[in-house]
Design a protein around this ligand. Structure first.
Ligand code: HH2
Length: 260
């Protein structure tokens, strides 16, 4: 899954898609580099980020979405807002990727009201504005993430969203310390009991900076390593900025029979 941020303030690629044409050529390049899904986001959720007004998010997203939908690949929309989900699905988006796991009022209605869109449910503790202010868990982080995702999956299914439409994501960096994130990688296999594909989003994240001492612009090798580890441990989707490098690494993994 290639990340296309149409934002002026994302944590690693802010402003890199300054206009629709730049965003669309990013999409095309990612597909040429081996992406299977494009994930378009028009609101940064980096730690400390501020919510973007609805009209602004729509104005950033929709022109790029319309163009991406002509490229012949599944298109995911990364948003917390039900109005954005509804607008994107009405235009033909395939997947709703919600870091808030459809907990905003009305979000579940939008997805349940659609006959077949996919949905990614992610775990987050707190909100992007404050989530990295000393994140703590009462018990075991992996167990808490598992219970949360299982519960959200049940809520969706009770509203008629079939299990086949859902993928789950532990939410690396969303209200988690370095140790929490590393435990979620080491013990990612425990989430496979959810019996649905897992999505892992490690690309350029600060835990990789903490481990390597590298600035956000220098985390390519660390990101590829984390993506491979996630795949090896059962992730079926990796959400990445650097598609060419990640897909080369995955090709080697596949050639050796280590991933399918
Ligand atoms: N991470 C980010 C945004 N959306 N969605 C899912 N499902 N999983 C993730 O790990 C995830 C996500 C943050 O990364 P990025 O989009 O590069 O940054 P920003 O939110 O600053 O635009």
């Amino acid at each position: 899954m290639g990340i296309v941020n149409v934002t002026p303030d994302s944590f690693s690629d802010a402003g890199s898609t300054r206009d629709t044409a730049a965003a669309v050529s990013r999409c095309e390049q990612m597909l040429a580099d081996g992406a299977d899904i494009l994930d378009l986001g028009a609101e940064s959720t980096r730690p400390g980020s501020r919510p973007v007004p609805l009209a602004e998010e729509l104005a950033r997203l929709l022109p790029v979405l319309d163009a991406a939908l002509t490229l012949g690949c599944p298109v995911s929309v990364d948003t917390k807002k039900p109005e954005v989900m509804a607008a994107a699905l009405a235009r033909g988006a395939d997947i709703v990727n919600d870091i808030n796991a459809l907990q905003a009022p009305g979000a579940l209605d939008v997805v349940a009201g659609h006959s077949d869109c996919g949905v990614c449910l992610m775990h987050m503790r707190g909100t992007p504005e404050s989530m990295q202010a000393s994140p703590r868990y009462e018990g075991d982080v992996v167990e808490e993430v598992l219970q949360f995702l299982r519960n959200r999956g049940r809520v969706l299914q009770a509203r008629g969203v079939t299990a086949e439409r859902i993928v789950y994501d532990p939410g690396i960096g969303f209200g988690k310390s370095i140790e929490h994130n590393l435990a979620l990688l080491r013990r990612q296999g425990e989430l496979l009991v959810l019996n649905r594909p897992l999505l892992a989003g490690w690309s350029r994240k600060s835990t990789l900076g903490a481990v390597t001492g590298r600035d956000v612009t220098q985390r390519l090798a660390a990101s590829v390593a984390a993506a491979l580890a996630a795949v090896q441990l059962g992730a079926r989707v990796v959400r990445v900025h650097d598609v060419a490098a990640t897909s080369d690494a995955l090709r080697v993994w596949r050639a050796a029979g280590l991933a399918d």
